[in-house]
Design a protein around this ligand. Structure first.
Ligand code: NAD
Ligand code: DAU
Length: 349
């Protein structure tokens, strides 16, 4: 089986590529990635020499190149993760999200449909999406697979749009597809623009910790390898034309999470307890900031036997240890353009 994984040099994609390359030596795994600021082949050094692995540097926005690659390699199945993934960047540059997340996904759908048109048997377009398509929750309730879409940020609107196109290709052309919508991931290799790795990096450097608003926002956190395991299960056992919600059953208010992170890092860095928490800096809120996300993951639990395996304390410890042990990785990704991004995002707030 020839499996195309898009966005495999990014955070979640690299964990999915590693899992598939190691677990399925009989599959040919193709990792297609444009290597944007978020893509990093350092994430895959340990498997890059594997005989069942091939890296393809390509942009999903380049329709001719995508068509040519489908023609050349005759992929059987696609796991599509490539995307612009950071909400704050979508607020300052929404069009970039339409290009990659909507048009890029369309290009892949068209290429798959074109290649598979005579025979959809044993074919699959598996689209990786987010719980943010459902919008925001109040104090109670959970997102289920039948919650209405109500995206609030340009990022979530672009992901919702791509989900709709995937579904529409299933309904209109009978293209076999599955969609999964996951909550916030954390773990090794996450680019330090997202809350947890950004704050780990700032604590190491004793820089302010920019908490948006009053920190009273809730996210449901899942360790990235548990997400990769869920993707493996959905890919192999998920039902055609269905969607699966994936979540950590692990809700945290941002401010409580930040305080926990500070506490663990004080201990690991041999700093006085409470010293990192002094870096907390409440700043101007994110525009359109969603109040609360929380996933009802009972469908994937009942149907596919998946549940998270890593506790939040274990996952956070492993994640922090990884960043402390991989100073070089952190230095490389936070040099150059990262500094401009950081100044633009945080200096005026
Ligand atoms: P990421 O930003 O770390 O990685 C995205 C990858 O896509 C990078 O390697 C980048 O180079 C590549 N890419 C971007 N534009 C491309 C293009 N035009 N052509 C080819 N490659 C391109 O993202 P992530 O956090 O690993 O998220 C992966 C997927 O999972 C995304 O679709 C995201 O919406 C979804 N998701 C993420 C989370 C999360 O918490 N991070 C949760 C649920 C769903
Ligand atoms: O829910 C799934 C989504 O989770 C994914 O689809 C997205 O790709 C991923 O980026 C993530 O989106 P969030 O906006 O929830 O993640 P982020 O890490 O940017 O922010 C988490 C919370 O922390 C959110 O309430 C905003 C807050 N925050 C974030 C940053 C970067 C801060 O208070 N300060 C910050 O500097």
């Amino acid at each position: 089986m020839k499996v195309l994984i898009t966005g495999g040099a990014g955070f979640i994609g690299s964990h999915v590529v590693r899992l598939f390359v190691n677990k399925y030596p009989e599959y040919e795994i193709f990792n297609l990635d444009a290597l944007t600021y978020a893509g990093n082949l350092e994430n895959l050094r340990d498997i890059e020499g594997a005989s069942n692995y091939k890296f393809l540097k390509a942009d999903i926005n380049d329709v001719l190149e995508i068509d040519a690659l489908f023609e050349k390699y005759q992929f059987d199945k696609v796991i599509h993760l490539a995307a612009e993934s950071h909400v704050d960047r979508s607020i300052s540059d929404p069009l970039a999200f339409v290009r990659t997340n909507v048009i890029g996904t369309m290009n892949l759908l068209n290429a798959a449909k074109g290649l598979w048109k005579d025979n959809f048997k044993e074919k699959l377009f598996y689209h990786i999406s987010t719980d943010e398509v459902y919008g925001t929750l109040g104090e109670t309730g959970l997102f289920t697979e039948s919650t209405s879409y109500a995206p609030n940020s340009p990022y979530s609107a672009s992901k919702a749009s791509s989900d709709h196109f995937v579904r529409a290709y299933g309904e209109t052309y009978d293209l076999p597809y599955i969609i999964s919508n996951c909550s916030n991931n954390y773990g090794p290799n996450q680019f330090p623009e997202k809350l947890i790795p950004l704050f780990i990096n700032n604590i190491i450097d004793k820089k302010p910790l920019p908490v948006y608003g009053n920190g009273d926002y809730t996210r449901d956190w899942l360790y990235v390898i548990d997400h990769a395991i869920a993707i493996d299960k959905v890919f192999h056992q998920g039902r055609n034309k269905e969607t699966y919600n994936i979540g950590g059953i692990n809700e945290w208010k941002n401010i409580d999470l930040v305080k926990l992170l500070c506490k663990i890092m004080d201990a690991k860095l041999n700093r006085a307890e409470g010293s990192s928490a002094e870096l907390i800096n409440f700043i101007q809120d994110r525009l359109g900031h969603d109040k609360r996300y929380a996933i009802d993951a009972s469908k994937i639990g009942k149907q596919l036997g998946w549940k998270p395996t890593v506790t939040f304390q274990e996952g956070l410890e492993t994640t922090i240890d990884w960043y402390l042990d991989n100073e070089e990785w952190l230095k490389n990704v936070t040099s150059g353009k990262y500094k401009d991004y950081y100044l633009n995002q945080y200096s005026s707030k």
